[in-house]
Design a protein around this ligand. Structure first.
Ligand code: G3H
Ligand code: 13P
Ligand code: NA
Ligand code: ZN
Length: 328
């Protein structure tokens, strides 16, 4: 059944677990997530980014998720719109039936320029008022995602950075977080702790100075009843990185957010953990290997199947590690 993010995260808080929130773009990702959830008896958050809506189209994305709900009626599913750049984007998702939306007011509508605190409060409050009128949950974001190592916002290919951020915006301030939640009424708050989107998060396995779980603890101590969200939380599996490069890929040396650090965050109020890159890497690595080892194959279902199975295994691992398994 379709449920709101608030219902799901309230349950996660009561039971002390965290929810992986997987980005989806196509059929195989949706199937991988649902097969993993079914096998582990876990609830589901699937989210569509602006890039996903651009790739698949909003109706295809929505109907894929609705098909998952029809096929697995016993699993609670939250359909979440990721990173709304302005209230109008969130309004369209609310109208089309999403049970949860994110208003990312940490950046201006260009998704690059850090916004003022007042702007963020205003746009987020606008979305909360609209969404709550229809029983839809809202995630806000305070602080900008970006690397504490480099100040970069996140790099798709490990070469060109998308933007450079002021160091002070890279860690969410606990007092400001408390004020933000009170003024906006958000159901969940994404915080900046040194993670960034994409595969190129850290040039070495992260230590506390570049991945600040300490900041999670401070914010949770200040606002214990607020569900915290970690973005950019792929772990960048080293085994898939090696497979990708073994079979013709060219990814540079890079490290993600270790699962055990996320688990530490979950002990301190993190309830939603956004993961996209890990499934992309599992998919790319498994398809590269399959095509290299089966040069005569021209039936795409064969390589989509290995991609689905590889993604499913990552989902199973996260459901179990975050404690969501058994809570559907
Ligand atoms: O928000 C970040 C997600 O990884 C989405 O990425 O815009 O390329 O779909 P995307
Ligand atoms: P990753 O790039 O680490 O998978 O993060 C995804 C994300 O935060 C989507 O909002
Ligand atoms: Na989100
Ligand atoms: Zn994100």
């Amino acid at each position: 059944a379709l449920i709101s993010m608030r219902q799901l995260l309230d349950h996660a808080a009561e039971n002390g677990y965290g929810m992986p929130a997987f980005n989806v773009n196509n059929l195989e990702q949706v199937q991988a997530i649902m097969e993993a959830a079914d096998e582990t008896n876990s609830p589901v958050i699937m989210q569509g980014s602006a890039g996903a809506r651009n790739y698949a189209g909003e109706p295809f994305l929505r109907h894929l998720i609705m098909a998952a709900i029809e096929q697995y009626p016993h699993i609670p599913v939250c359909m979440h719109q990721d990173h709304g750049s302005e209230p109008a984007v969130c309004l369209r998702s609310i109208q089309s039936g999403f049970s949860s939306v994110m208003m990312d007011g940490s950046l201006m509508a260009d998704c690059k320029t850090p916004s003022s605190y007042e702007y963020n409060v205003n746009v987020t409050k606008t979305v909360v008022d609209m969404a709550h009128a229809g029983g839809v949950s809202v995630e806000g974001e305070l602080g900008c995602l970006g690397s504490l190592e480099t100040g970069m916002m996140g790099e798709e290919d490990g070469h060109g950075a998308e933007g450079v951020l002021d160091h002070s915006s890279l860690l969410t301030d606990p007092e400001e977080a408390a004020d933000f939640v009170e003024k906006t009424g958000v159901d969940a708050l994404a915080i900046a702790i040194g993670t960034s989107h994409g595969a190129y998060k850290f040039t070495k396995p992260p230590t506390g100075d570049i991945l600040s779980i300490d900041t999670v603890k401070k914010i949770h101590a200040r606002i214990p009843n607020t569900h915290l969200v970690m973005h950019g939380s792929s772990s960048v599996p080293q085994d898939w990185l090696a497979v990708i490069n073994e079979f013709g890929g060219e990814m540079g040396v890079t490290y993600g957010v270790p699962v055990e650090e996320i688990v530490e965050g979950i002990k301190h109020g993190v309830r939603k953990v956004n993961i996209d890159t890990d499934l992309r890497m599992a998919s790319t690595g498994s398809i590269r290997r399959h095509l290299a080892e089966n040069p005569s194959n021209f039936d795409p279902r064969k390589f989509y199947k290995v991609a689905k199975d590889a993604m499913k295994q990552i989902c199973v691992d996260r459901y179990v590690a975050f404690g969501a398994a058994g809570h559907a």
